[in-house]
Design a protein around this ligand. Structure first.
Ligand SMILES: Cc1cc2nc3c(=O)[nH]c(=O)nc-3n(C[C@H](O)[C@H](O)[C@H](O)COP(=O)(O)O)c2cc1C
Length: 275
């Protein structure tokens, strides 16, 4: 294991205000080497590129609409445009986010609040690649900006849904009790995961044959060209898988939804099966 899962998961939060002190080159190299060593169970290839605002030719255009303060370094995430691309981004980049947290560095998943065309220009984007996510990286400042505090309050960033709203036992009418499952630790780590606008669209069905991951279907204005909720599911599956691995359990992800289950308003994503 590259880090203690619970420590990293509880340490991580969306850092939007950064310190003047810049991360040492050696620390950034560690992160980039770690990123290069990763893959994901969903297939599509993820690339992470380091963008330095001060040396980029169009540095002055690399903005986040005032959301991120003080960051000079960013990680741009691209993925090959294939099935399960967004789950792959969520799963793989969250490992980097948690690794950075374990080293004392802050990050913030950004899916919307950045000048996408300017950042795309500063990166090398290959044909057939999508560019869904950007994150600043650096030391968190001692004090959060007013914008950051307002944003956190606006999405209730410090709270998460209760177990009974997201975890189910055999079918979606029966909430899962923490004391009745040996997946309790992995599910609790999942519950603390970040998600776009803190929507927490993950719904998890624990059955005898495995653990099935669904996403709450979005409606109307919530639907966008990049499916952020699939990224959220990838992040959730990352937390779950890391926690299972830490506990010495081996498993794999499969794509075969349980047929007899009624899952109204939900979309099946993947299942975790123990080996
Ligand atoms: C896929 C994804 C996209 C996000 N996009 C943005 C964004 O565009 N701007 C932003 O300020 N925060 C963004 N966030 C951060 C969430 O608002 C944040 O994770 C959530 O409110 C929970 O807070 P926490 O990360 O501090 O636990 C995003 C998070 C995820 C997972």
């Amino acid at each position: 294991m590259d880090f203690n899962v619970k420590d990293a998961v509880t340490r991580r939060y969306s850092v939007r205000t950064y310190d003047k002190r810049q991360p040492e080159a050696g620390l950034i190299k560690k992160i980039m080497d770690y990123a290069a060593s990763l893959d994901n169970p969903f297939g599509p290839e993820i690339r992470v590129q380091l963008i330095e605002k001060e040396t980029a030719a169009n540095g002055e255009k690399l903005g986040t609409y005032g959301v991120i303060k003080g960051a000079k370094l960013y990680l741009g995430v691209t993925v090959s445009d294939k099935p399960h691309a967004m789950e792959a981004v969520g799963y793989e980049f969250e490992k980097i986010v948690l690794y950075a947290a374990s080293l004392g560095l802050g990050t913030c998943w950004l899916g919307g609040t950045f000048n996408k065309s300017a950042f795309a220009e500063a990166m090398e984007i290959k044909e057939g690649e999508l560019f869904p996510i950007l994150s600043p990286i650096g030391y968190p400042a001692g004090k959060k900006s007013l914008t950051e505090r307002l944003m956190r309050a606006g999405v209730k960033a410090d709270t998460r849904l209760d177990w009974s709203e997201i975890f189910f036992d055999g079918d979606f009418s029966k909430p899962l009790a923490a004391k009745s499952t040996d997946y309790a630790y992995a599910l609790e780590m999942l519950r603390l995961a970040p998600s776009a606008v803190n929507k927490q669209p993950w719904r998890v069905l624990v059955c005898d044959e495995g653990v099935h991951f669904y996403k709450k279907a979005m409606t109307g204005a919530e639907i966008s060209s990049i499916d952020m909720q699939r990224i959220d599911l990838g992040i959730a599956m990352c937390h779950f898988d890391l926690a299972m691995t830490e506990q010495g359990s081996k498993g794999r992800f499969e794509f075969s939804s349980p047929k007899s289950v009624s899952a109204k308003g939900l979309e099946y994503i993947a299942s975790y099966v123990r080996e």
